[in-house]
Design a protein around this ligand. Sequence first.
Ligand code: ZN
Length: 184
Amino acid sequence: MKNDFKDLIVFIGPPGAGKGSLSQLCTSQFGWMQLSTGFLCRKHIAEQTPIGKQIDFSMKSGKLVDDALIVQMVEEWLVAHASEYHGIILDGFPRTVTQAQALAALLSKKVPFCRLNVVRLTACDTTIVERLASRFVCENKDCQKVYSVADGALQPHKMGKCDDCSSSLVRRSDDHFIRIMDIQ
Ligand SMILES: [Zn+2]
């Protein structure tokens, strides 16, 4: 039987488990799409769509963007584009239980040709701390490519600059709290 399913992929795991690096590898090697809800939000805001206006209003009032809006945005995208890719990595979604439940409903009702794959990544604490301490990300919000100064395969070609968009590489604000200390 021919397999016509499109795969939706969600990587879960602690920071530093390798979600970003693995996503980059899958998009470059398999031609998968990485669907970032942050990117979709900015796109809707820039294009001043009805969803974009509501998201913009929530953000400017300092409120969290409603789950229903995020779900509607992802649903519209999947209905319009899911058939174009073999694999779609959901990045930043689902982020709440409500969003996860909505995704389950969406899969059975709106995009029944998609199946969900949840991949859990694990790594030991020492590895995670080392990775976070050496992690740099592209400051361009629409790129956010991940680099490591400790891992040869993840080093940028030009120090401090993103290979893809030439933007500067920065530490993630939450990584600043990480420092490696050897305690004997
Ligand atoms: Zn970049």
